[in-house]
Design a protein around this ligand. Structure first.
Ligand code: FE2
Length: 360
């Protein structure tokens, strides 16, 4: 049944521009700032360029690796924490791991160096007084540039945690498609499929509303049409721009609904089978869609806007779309035995994100 009362909220300013560096002066100004990014040469050059424009940063973290882990945050020494404390704004240049890490830094890690303590504090505090985040995504997929949460892993205990607080929405998302032109094929593919997962997961979601679904439909259509062409024409500027926009639409959609079953299945898959997030949360999409069909009329209507009237045929189309991108939907192909996958599925249905699933 359609909801009569709903809220859609997202405070992040979106700036689409052809050169991210041009807009930094305007968004950082003369404040003391920090930079969070990856270690590769491209990003080191960008750090130099940013400091050339804004002056020296008071805090620079260029050692971000995929899947931000407890051990990384807990290892931040006192001197680095003092530098972090000086930063009034943080520039996060990178993919989801970089933006999520910046959110942890922004939340007050200098005052609460134990990450568990920080997670507890954030879950109980009405205000974090956090630093402003200027998110500059270099992939088209994460959506973290428009959400108020970060995924943090504790690889030692094999668990995934979420840092979540309304104060952690980035102040600005600077969206420069040229940053994605040279992305390797596998990252283009995984991030594009992550964006598709965000869109679809916001549709088969108990928190869906007409605004989130509108963004999700638009995003899904663009990604399904664009991603295969982009994989064959990776330097096509128009296709890169389309994917960046679609990723933001997906981000806006799930910023208000959170994710659902496919993402909850993905966490043990990533942790135990070393599969990238974007693949881990997308290879189950046809399976999840088949479970969603028929459970809610509004959800079915929204899915028809993406896949046409015959939704079972639509799920087959989705499977074919993934197959054409060489993404198997068979867990066995990722080294996940059938019994293990069944356990992941059952556990996911009862987890926090799984309970968002419309047919849970
Ligand atoms: Fe995701």
């Amino acid at each position: 049944m359609a909801k009569r009362e709903f809220t859609f909220f997202n405070p992040t300013k979106l700036v689409f521009c052809p050169d991210y560096s041009e807009s930094l002066r305007c968004h950082v100004g003369t404040r003391d700032y920090g930079i969070v990014t990856y270690p590769d040469a491209f990003f080191s050059d960008a750090v130099d360029q940013i400091q050339g424009i804004l002056g020296k940063a008071v805090f620079v973290a260029t050692d971000i690796t995929p899947n931000p882990d407890f051990s990384y945050f807990n290892a931040l020494d006192e001197e680095r924490r003092r530098d972090l404390a000086k930063a009034e704004a943080l520039i996060a240049l990178g993919g989801g791991s970089v933006i999520d890490t910046a959110k942890v830094f922004a939340a007050g890690l200098e005052d609460r160096p134990d990450i568990r303590d920080l997670l507890n504090f954030a879950s109980q505090s009405p205000a974090l007084h956090s630093k402003d985040i200027i998110a500059i995504p270099t992939t088209a997929g994460t959506g973290s540039e428009v959400t108020s949460w970060a995924t943090v892993w504790d690889s030692e205990s094999g668990r995934k945690f979420s840092l979540s607080h309304p104060d952690l929405y980035p102040k600005v998302a600077v969206l420069d498609a040229s940053l994605t032109y040279k992305l390797p094929p596998r990252i283009t593919l995984a991030s594009g499929l992550d964006a598709l997962s965000h869109a679809l997961e916001s549709v088969w979601n108990i928190n869906a509303n007409p605004i989130s679904s509108n963004y999700a439909v638009r995003a899904s259509r663009i990604i399904i049409e664009t991603l295969p062409s982009l994989m064959n024409n990776p330097e096509n500027a128009r296709l890169r721009q389309m994917m960046l926009q679609a990723a933001v639409f997906s981000g806006l959609a799930f910023s208000n609904t959170k994710t659902a079953l496919a993402h909850n299945i993905s966490y043990p898959v990533s942790l135990n089978h070393n599969l990238e997030h974007g693949i881990a949360c997308s290879f189950t999409l046809p399976l999840v869609m088949r479970r969603a069909i028929g459970s809610d009329t509004v959800c079915d209507e929204t899915l028809r806007e993406i896949f046409g009237n015959d939704l079972h045929n639509g799920a087959d189309q989705l499977e074919e779309f993934l197959c054409n991108l060489e993404i198997s939907t068979d867990p066995d192909d990722y080294g996940i035995p059938a019994t293990t996958f069944k356990k992941y599925l059952n556990d996911a249905l009862t987890g926090e994100r799984g309970r968002n699933f419309i047919a849970a």
